[in-house]
Design a protein around this ligand. Sequence first.
Ligand SMILES: [Cu+2]
Length: 146
Amino acid sequence: MVKRLWRWLPMLATVWLLTVVGEPVVLAAEPSQASPSLVIPVAADGVQRARVTLDSYSYSPTHLIVEAGKPVELTLASVTTITPHNFIIKDPAGSLFVEQAVSAGETVTITFTPIQPGTFPLYCDKRLWPMPSHRDKGMEGTLDVR
Ligand SMILES: [Cu+2]
């Protein structure tokens, strides 16, 4: 058992190191468009659809503005090659809780309906000890429900 673990150790160490150091410069060549705020339009079917790009360590757009009481459909697209991220929206008062993992390079669609108007933080809580969390590195934004 222990011997098997040793065989994997160099690979695990490499993955850990790459994740701590960040995306290799060559592999992170695809730039994410910096669009800070987005008023998500309501489609004909009543759904508010938008695409959010996840990179290390940012969301784009960072500020989403939606209408209360109408479903929101977000396509979460990771452009990273190694680092996994997630997408969390939390209303401390409990009206809204969204948590979705997004692996490196993966695209996931989530749907939720915000009921309570307000301003809620969205962020990635991934953290590789002993580094600061992704949120601390700037991977955060805001959802405004109007
Ligand atoms: Cu992250």
